[in-house]
Design a binder for this molecule. Structure first.
Ligand SMILES: C[S@@+](CC[C@H](N)C(=O)[O-])C[C@H]1O[C@@H](n2cnc3c(N)ncnc32)[C@H](O)[C@@H]1O
Length: 281
């Protein structure tokens, strides 16, 4: 293990030890405790060469989650690969906010827009099994990963291939929804070069970047999201903190009410919520 850690350190990989531990545990099917107790055990040569091959991928800058093929999200194992964003810790906070809004989930219909790996929809369905949960993405490769994750986690989610910046046939996808959640691509294209290479070079661009200073996809999605929301329904977004107030004013301009910005655990404006006003007709 020491050689592998040194290899990653020489390659400039941050948190080299954590990456090696993750790879070794995955190849040898060990728990954290097992790994700790078996520091000096001998390893089958085939397994050892598998470990070295994965460490080499990590040394080339590939995120460790893609190297081992999965991550943990909200205590759930989620498969990831190059067609989907690696779920981030702040998105777990987004899920917490969704759960607060839907109570026990009875009679509630939820739509996860831009589902990627499926992490948000699957976590909601796991924790609120009585809610009806649907999800969409414009990437068919991402939807394949999301479907697999739903199957492996034993939950039923309705999936649709759709571009949320275009009108979506609402009857077809189960609208109206009581809660619509969207973690859109929100990094301004101009910030691309400042990102860590492992994000920039390996994660899918359509999951990360948006035009119009990061607001483009969000802004163009709002009329469809409005049309799909139930009267009085909630909308909840993860957004780019430096321009949070611009996201909030676009949400207001699209007709949503009760607009609120909330901070994440790192004290950055990160979550934007609103409601579709109840119709008075
Ligand atoms: C930031 S990622 C979020 C992935 C996942 N929901 C998460 O939180 O980890 C954004 C997702 O939105 C999808 N997406 C981007 N533009 C879209 C659009 N116009 N319509 C539908 N999905 C879109 C991308 O393919 C990607 O999966």
């Amino acid at each position: 293990m020491t050689d592998c850690v040194r290899r990653l350190e020489r390659a400039g990989v941050s948190e080299a030890l954590l990456s090696v531990e993750w790879i070794v545990r995955d190849v040898l099917r060990l728990s954290r405790a097992d790994l700790f107790l078996s520091r000096s055990m001998s390893v089958d040569p085939l397994k050892a060469s598998e470990i070295v091959a994965l460490v080499e991928r990590r040394a080339g800058g590939e995120p460790v989650q893609y190297v081992v093929g999965y991550t943990e999200f909200f205590g759930i194992r989620i498969r990831v690969g190059p067609s989907v964003l690696i779920p981030r810790p702040e998105t777990e906070e987004l899920v917490e906010r969704c759960l607060e809004r839907i109570g026990d989930g009875v009679g509630v219909r939820v739509l996860d827009v831009g589902t990627g790996s499926g992490c948000i929809a699957i976590a909601i369905k796991k924790l609120r099994p009585r809610a009806e949960v649907f999800a969409l993405d414009l990437s068919s490769d991402a939807l394949e990963v999301a479907r697999l994750n739903a199957r492996e986690n034993g939950v039923e989610v309705g999936y649709f291939l759709a571009d949320i910046t275009n009108p979506v046939e609402s009857g077809e996808i189960g609208a109206p929804f009581d809660l619509i959640v969207f973690n859109p691509p929100y990094i301004p294209l101009a910030e691309r070069e400042r990102l860590q290479p492992e994000v920039r070079e390996f994660e899918p661009a359509e999951a990360l970047f948006a035009d119009d200073d990061g607001l483009g996809v969000f802004d163009r999605s709002l009329s469809t999201i409005y049309a799909l929301a139930a009267d009085g329904g909630d909308v909840l977004f993860e957004i780019h903190s430096p321009t949070a107030h611009r996201f909030a004013s676009r949400l207001g301009a699209a007709g949503f009410v009760d607009i609120k910005l909330e901070r994440d655990l790192l004290d950055r404006d990160r979550f934007l919520s609103g409601k579709k006003a109840t119709s008075t007709r």
